[in-house]
Design a protein around this ligand. Structure first.
Ligand code: 4AD
Ligand code: MG
Length: 472
């Protein structure tokens, strides 16, 4: 009888009277005269199971001295709980110690800071808060596949190694097998990439979009969901060097349809998480409430805020209108909002948090703020770009209608001083059976930040990679 039952299933099915086996980690232990209690979590759910055991147990002395974080296997009967707070508990018949723990265990019961837990990233999955965050992350991944799958999108695995700087921002990590102490040079003294593993310079991808476009222009609609890498030197609560992105790409789609899909996707993510992880959402909300109290801040329940977003229409304005709103707002910004300059986080947050008090889609940015592939508007100044901005985070989605006109695309590539050669295949999409098409990229961690209300992106990815930090 040592087949393990999940604590999640015990609470769901309430198998009163059955003898079962659970395995998990000790959250607390308390010994009184006649009975001892331990609280066990096995990661399957937010709920913990209370185990009651009595001093007659053969290894009672050892078990009763166990410390928080120890790992045990318990066999016993599921009974209705005597205490308040939970419906069922387990009356232990036998407790096997799988892995005991000592005083040096860093996660003691007292509240530990998120900063400290980032240094204990290997152990933080055992905490109440991080269990909740990462179960929600899982559900958001499942929601993504369901959302796009149900709408006829095919899941595409775009490559991670690439020879093109698809965003043209020069923020790529090089991939090399060269001996860094002895780099092969050409006669001109430049790095001789022909001696590289791939015979050319390669990097980790910053996006899978260009490859997704190839597949959209054949399969109709696809989405990628994979890791992307950016060597931007941004030490902020919303930038990671390695993050996950979901990139849908659709043929026969303009920017309006693209924006509609983006809004529907975000709303679907919220609804799905509400349905699948209400306990997790509540646990995180409790955490925020506790933090607000500690910091003497007003507590705003993010569950209630999201509940409204779930059923609301996303506001939509053009970049030019947004600059107008910002410059006439009377608000003092660190960076003065100015037409022609990319919106700063403070501008994005002002729009979403103070002006619209909800998600907003900003469209038609100046072409010089955006990548080469975006469809050019007739005004000669702007492109059919869209960013989705949300309260608390700012930009969580960036997307656009793509330039489908061969001549215009080539001209833009030249204007921007980019090398055409590595993009020959991308350019050919416009030569052979071109069509209107659009897509966007959702930063997965930014979306998780939005839905969990966590303030730092490092707390919603299992192991964060940021400038000067690649531990674990
Ligand atoms: O706006 P970005 O750069 O757009 C693209 O990469 C396009 N190729 C997407 C497309 O049209 N298919 O990035 C998209 C999203 C951003 O809105 C943001 O949420 C996230 O990716 N993102 C980051 N997330 C974490 N850390 C970073 N350093 C990020 N950079 C972008
Ligand atoms: Mg962007």
């Amino acid at each position: 009888m040592s087949k393990r039952t999940l604590i999640k299933d015990i609470f769901q099915n309430k198998p009163i009277g059955e003898n079962l086996c659970v395995k998990g980690w000790l959250r607390s232990i308390r010994n009184s005269k006649n009975f001892s209690f331990m609280v066990l979590n096995d990661g399957s759910a937010q709920s913990t199971l209370q185990i009651v055991f009595d001093p007659n147990m053969s290894n009672y002395d050892e078990v009763s001295k166990l410390l928080i974080g120890s790992c045990v296997s318990v066999e016993g009967e599921v009974v209705e709980s005597q205490g308040k707070g939970q419906s069922v508990e387990m009356q232990a018949k036998n407790i096997e110690i799988l892995g005991s723990n000592d005083e040096s265990y860093p996660l003691q019961k007292k509240a530990t800071s998120l900063e400290f837990l980032r240094e204990q990233a290997h152990l933080r999955p055992r905490t109440n808060l991080f269990g909740a965050i990462f179960r929600i992350r899982h559900h958001m991944a499942m929601a993504t596949h369901q959302f796009f799958g149900d709408r006829g999108f095919y899941y595409l695995n775009s490559p991670i190694l690439t020879a093109v700087d698809a965003e043209g921002a020069g923020e790529m990590f090089n991939v090399t097998t060269m001996d860094l102490g002895n780099i092969k040079k050409t006669d001109k003294g430049e790095v001789d990439f022909s001696k590289e593993y791939f015979g050319k310079q390669t990097s980790l991808c910053v996006t899978g979009q260009l490859e997704a476009e190839c597949f959209a222009m054949g399969m109709g609609a696809v989405y990628t969901f994979g890791p992307t890498f950016r060597a931007e030197n941004s030490n902020t609560p919303r930038h990671l060097s390695e993050f996950w992105m979901i990139e849908p790409e659709m043929a026969f789609m303009d920017l309006d349809g693209n924006a509609e899909l983006a809004a529907d996707y975000i709303k679907f993510l919220i609804s799905y998480v509400f349905e699948k992880a209400p306990d997790e959402m509540q646990a995180i909300s409790n955490y925020h409430k506790f933090q607000a109290k500690q910091n003497k801040e007003e507590f705003v329940d993010h569950i209630a805020v999201l509940e409204k977003v779930k059923n609301s229409k996303f506001e939509k304005i053009t970049y030019t209108e947004a600059i107008d709103v910002l410059s006439t707002s009377g608000k003092k910004f660190d960076f003065k909002p100015e037409w022609g300059v990319e919106l700063q986080t403070e501008h994005e947050r002002f729009l979403a948090e103070e002006h619209f008090n909800g998600p907003v889609i900003v469209t038609d940015y100046p072409k010089d703020c955006k990548a080469f592939y975006m469809k050019q508007n007739d005004d000669g100044k702007t492109v059919r770009a869209m960013d989705v901005l949300v309260p608390g985070v700012g930009e969580i989605i960036g997307g656009s209608q793509r330039e489908e006109d061969l001549g215009k695309l080539l001209k833009r590539i030249e204007e921007m001083g980019m090398d055409k050669e590595p993009l020959w295949w991308y350019i050919e999409l416009r030569k052979f059976g071109t069509a209107e098409h659009s897509g966007f990229g959702l930063g997965f961690e930014r979306a998780i930040r939005y839905i969990t209300g966590m303030k730092n992106i490092r707390d919603v990815i299992p192991f964060a990679r940021t400038p000067n930090n690649c531990d674990f």
